[in-house]
Design a protein. Structure first.
Lengths: 689, 383
């Protein structure tokens, strides 16, 4: 742009909330963000925004912002200088690392901060302490997608762009409430519906998304594998599988076929009438081009990885991968959860999913990061919730960047108990949240409006984030804070002056993103990775011609249905499912500070079926007690038939809410905790007394 | 001495600007002069953002900067009416110059009716508008119908019923009618619009009716107010602008063009409203039943005025925390807008749930105008 005005400056940037990656203009007047205006030029959302995007500016100048480092002294937090804080952190981490080794430290990266911040954190953990105990919150979100799709296709990311559903003949949304959780991806489904493309929504709940469906398949919570296997049994039985595709491009069909033989009629498990299963199977198999959009409904379970592979199975069986209008698309949750994984903030891979177990990868990083040959570790580090479990022994020090584990991780009470056991804990954030009191040092970072950088959306598009205003007080760029600590420890390779420097550092060690220069990313269309060369146009659709796996083939798996770790029983007779509402983002540090959003949903509620409510004598809006084996809470009852009898639903946004109840049991393949299924009991408050 | 009602050809005497600007550069020259002579303290103009599909508003105080705002962007779909009021309160009470399409102008007139803007402080330089195309839709159209890479386009234009592009290696024009019959082309509200020459501005400028040796080199200016006449006279006296009376044949052609556009607008109204009529309630219920309460329609609408304490009110028919929004969310909004919809299309273009809001509100107004006395008094424009 050639003209700029101080009173009305439009800064084109990317929304900080969900993984759709909508563009918007922050409006700046004399150094302050005063609003959001549409960015109609962007192909992602064409100027349109959901209620969160519209109000994403309101928290930027909140007086609650963290502005100075804080150190806990004698149980109280006092303001400190950056020097004091950095000195202390460097000293304590080094002490603990020297005494107890690399497995005594834990680093957890946000999936809301820019790629540059995530890359910096994992590089720091690895360079300064030779540890692989680095993880990000994809672990409790789409970790199973990364794991599952890697196994099925060779690459763990969405196969097709959001807009591509307009090229489909059938859209299946499985465990996705896109209307609320990814509204501008949901918009693509709305556009598809207007063009007459049929929409099938598979969800135990009559969600806002289910209301858009031509067919809503209600099934028993968490029985995805049984339902998918049953569908596949009938697809094969009626000869509707894509034989050519299976022969040319896949392996594992025999395993799959053998397994699904047992699922001819699994209604007892999944609750869907047989005729409906057959109908769904035929529709999916017969569609010329069918796409599966899925989300946390299938991942946040102990069978998360297998659930994802089931989607892989369905698409491979019917040849629905590797061209426009088809695919298997996980709707990545946070604005940069795709990015945090891409940056290697993971315990077993570096950036671009280069495995730490491969000696050539370690050698390359050692060289680029100025480390001694052979020094980088090859072991699989501790994951997000494993680090929490290991707090005290062996993990003694932890560094949390942009996270609120007490509210967003399963089993809040357990998280709080564990954090108490740490010798030293750093929390870096833009607001004081419910987890900060467990830290020894709290550092003020900068929000999306106050930094340059990139977010990678769920369609692998890398979108620019542009600095609109300075951060408050003494807040610093998050990557800059990390670099300061690294330099204090005398670690080489952290002399970055700008966000672009950090990005170019990342590019130098990541072949799949080498071609993604800031210049190319600066275009509204930007680039979808993989983009290995500067003159490469990027890759909107994956697995065209061949799969990303080493042998170029997609793999089908015979998967056995397993029950969730904790199911309803006599003592805890209701099933609790969890999810999100359109008005809030995660623990509400930001959305809770937007007037409209706080007005819409100011407190927690639980959806209870009308028959259940009647039996319990509960009225709409009544405060009730809900408990699980892990804790108890009070919340408001919202009564409807959106949930089936015996099933309940809560959003995860509130402290002393859903996650006080949820289960930490893990999916063995992806270490994902079972956030979306546990057993609860409901009582009226007078009774409980 | 120019006076109200005059119709002139005007062109800038600045040869560099003449090259940069379109058709004589009179609009840019007048705004520059307005700044230089302190007739205004600032100008709200539009400039190119990332490329020619990206229109960005700017507040300009340095006259030289206006050179970068010269020309037209048919793929820019901004509405300027509320911007200064909303985002630049420090300009309250100051004099601001603005380039206004019909919709920008109507928005300001409606804001004035509600005492939210003082038009004495606003200099409106109106520009003819045959309609605009949303940027991403335009790129798609150029790729799919013109067969050209939209990144290679250097100029775009809507002229004589055609969408015309110039690109590296050629130029191509396709009839708007043909494009729109296939679902491409202008925004749907633009197709119904009948405020093509903004005569309620201070000056109405454009290139319709500029014929003879001045074709392509002069701007047609219709003087619509005393304020406009005064500015024009001073600019001529200061030797910034040259003028000559408009060619009478040109005046006729301009009137014919306007009439043709009105006829086109009538055709689209007939089409859009007739399609809506048979199942009006059902269609409104179905479409608004996807609303996610983003408030884009309310925020962008020049006639929606919300209470500052709206979030402190107890809810009854519009329950807090429910999406899709309860039906009353939209019914009360239609009632509020009632006979004031200017059909600017912002509500519809910005709606993430693809609700055809402008269609509904414009239909309501169009029908109301035929039958009822307007609530806030008769508008000076007809849309």
């Amino acid at each position: 742009m050639t003209v700029e005005s101080k009173e009305l400056k439009y800064v084109p940037t990317t929304c900080p909330y969900c993984g759709v990656g909508c563009a918007l203009n922050l409006v700046v007047n004399n150094g302050k963000v005063v609003g959001v205006e549409p960015n109609k030029r962007s192909p992602v959302n064409e100027g349109k925004l959901c209620p969160k995007g519209m109000t994403c500016w309101e928290h930027v100048h909140s007086p609650d912002r963290l502005t100075k480092p804080k150190i806990k002294k004698n149980g109280k937090f006092v303001d400190a200088t950056w020097d004091e804080a950095i000195d202390l952190i460097a000293k304590k981490f080094k002490e603990i690392s020297d005494k107890h080794g690399p497995k005594a430290l834990g680093f957890q990266s946000s999936c809301r901060t820019v790629n540059e911040d995530c890359y910096a954190l994992q590089k720091f953990a690895r360079c300064a302490f030779l540890t692989n105990n680095v993880d990000n919150c994809a672990r409790i979100c789409h970790g199973p997608s990364v794991a599952g799709l890697s196994l099925s296709f060779g690459s763990g990311a969405a196969t097709n762009p959001f807009e591509d559903v307009l090229n489909s003949d059938l859209i299946v949304m499985w465990g996705s409430n896109a209307f609320e959780a990814h509204p501008l991806a949901g918009r693509r489904v709305i556009q598809a519906k207007k063009r007459g493309i049929p929409i099938i929504v598979v969800d135990p709940r009559y969600s806002a998304t289910a209301r858009l469906a031509d067919d809503w398949i209600q099934f028993n919570p968490s029985t995805h594998i049984a339902l998918a296997n049953s569908m596949m049994y009938w697809i094969i039985k009626e000869g509707l599988e894509n034989k050519a595709f299976i022969a040319e491009r896949t392996k594992g069909f025999d395993d799959l076929k053998a397994m699904v033989e047992k699922y001819a009629d699994a209604e007892e498990i999944h609750g869907v009438p047989l005729e409906k299963v057959k109908d769904l199977a035929r529709k999916y198999a017969r569609a010329k081009n069918a796409v599966i959009i899925y989300c946390l409904g299938i991942t946040e379970l102990t069978t998360g990885t297998d659930n994802v592979r089931s989607m892989g199975n369905l698409s491979l069986l019917t040849g629905n991968v590797g061209r426009p209008g088809v695919g298997v698309n996980p709707l990545r949750g946070q604005n940069n959860v795709q990015g945090a994984c891409d940056m290697g903030a993971y315990p077993n891979v570096y950036s671009g999913y280069q495995a730490v177990a491969v000696p050539e990868n370690r050698a390359k990083m050692e060289k680029l990061w100025f480390l001694k040959e052979g020094s980088l570790p090859d072991w699989y580090g501790s994951t997000l919730t494993e680090q929490i479990n290991e707090a005290g022994n062996p993990v003694k020090a932890m560094y949390f960047m942009g996270l609120n584990p007490v509210v967003s991780y399963p089993d809040s009470n357990h998280v709080m108990r564990q954090l108490e056991k740490l010798d030293f804990c750093v929390m870096q954030d833009i607001f004081w949240n419910e987890s900060c009191e467990y830290a020894d040092v709290v550092l003020p970072g900068t929000c999306f409006a106050e930094k340059d950088g990139t977010f990678t959306s769920g369609e692998r598009r890398i979108n620019r984030v542009r600095k609109a205003v300075d951060g408050p007080g003494e807040a610093k760029y998050d990557w800059e804070i990390i670099a300061m600590i690294a330099k204090k420890l005398g670690i080489k390779g952290f002399d970055w002056k700008t966000a672009e420097d950090v990005w170019d550092d990342l590019r130098a060690c990541t072949p799949s993103m080498f071609g993604c220069t800031y210049e190319k990313l600066g275009k509204p269309e930007s680039v979808h990775w993989p983009c290995p060369a500067v003159d490469h146009p990027g890759t909107p659709i994956l697995h065209v011609g061949k799969f990303s796996a080493a042998d170029g083939k997609g793999t089908m798996f015979g998967l056995e249905y397993r029950e969730p770790a904790e199911v309803a029983d006599a003592e805890y007779p209701f099933t609790l499912m969890t999810g999100r509402v359109i008005f809030h983002y995660h623990t509400r540090t930001q959305t809770g500070r937007a007037k409209q959003l706080h007005y819409e949903v100011p407190e927690s509620y639980i959806q209870v079926n009308t028959l259940d409510a009647k039996k319990l004598g509960i009225k709409e809006g009544e405060k009730i007690k809900v408990s699980s084996r892990r804790g108890e809470i009070e919340t408001l009852a919202r009564i409807s038939d959106d949930v089936a009898p015996g099933v309940t639903y809560m959003s995860m946004h509130f402290h002393k809410g859903a996650n006080t109840l949820t289960n930490t049991a893990l999916d063995p393949l992806s270490k994902m905790p079972e956030l979306k299924h546990c057993a609860i009991k409901i009582e009226k408050i007078e009774e409980a007394k | 001495m120019a006076k109200k009602g005059d119709m002139l050809y005007a062109w800038t005497n600045d040869s560099a600007l003449a090259k940069k600007a379109e058709c004589g550069g009179a609009v840019t020259e007048l705004l520059k002069y307005a700044l230089e002579s302190k007739a205004v303290d600032a100008v709200l103009a539009v400039t190119r953002g990332f490329d020619l599909y990206d229109a960005v508003p700017v507040i300009v105080t340095n006259p030289k900067d206006l050179d970068n705002c010269a020309g037209s962007l048919h793929c820019g779909t901004l509405l300027l009416s509320k911007l200064v009021m909303e985002y630049a309160p420090q300009l309250a009470g100051k004099k601001v110059g603005m380039v206004v399409k019909g919709c920008d102008m109507m928005g300001l007139l409606e804001l004035e009716k509600r005492k939210m803007v003082n038009l004495d402080n606003i200099l409106m330089i109106g520009v003819n508008c045959g309609g605009s195309v949303s940027p991403v839709a335009a790129r798609k159209m150029i790729r799919e119908k013109f067969g050209v890479d939209p990144d290679k386009v250097t100029k775009e234009e809507i002229d004589k019923g055609q969408f015309i592009i110039e690109y590296e290696g050629g130029h191509k024009g396709i009839k708007m009618d043909d494009l729109e019959d296939e679902g491409y082309g202008r925004r749907s509200n633009c197709r119904r619009c009948k405020v093509k020459i903004p005569r309620q501005a201070d000056l109405a400028c454009g290139n319709w009716g500029v014929i003879g040796d001045k074709a392509g080199k002069a701007t047609f200016v219709e003087v619509c107010s005393d304020k406009g006449a005064a500015l024009l006279t001073k600019a001529i006296d200061a030797k910034k602008l040259s003028t000559e009376p408009a060619n009478p044949k040109g005046i006729e052609i301009r009137a014919k063009t306007e009439k043709a556009m009105h006829k086109l607008g009538d055709k689209w109204r007939q089409r859009d409203f007739a399609a809506l009529a048979p199942n009006l309630w059902g269609t409104i219920a179905e479409e608004t039943g996807r609303c996610m309460k983003c408030y884009a329609c309310i925020d962008n609408c020049p006639v929606c005025v919300t209470r500052p304490d709206k979030f402190e009110q107890p809810d009854l028919m519009v329950r807090a925390g429910f999406a899709p929004a309860d039906p009353m969310f939209h019914l009360r909004r239609f009632a509020h807008i009632s006979d004031s919809c200017i059909n600017c299309g912002q509500c519809e273009e910005n709606c993430p749930a693809e609700i055809p809001l402008a269609l509904f509100s414009h239909a309501i107004r169009t029908e109301a105008d035929k039958f009822f006395e307007p609530k806030l008094g008769k508008s000076s424009y007809t849309n």
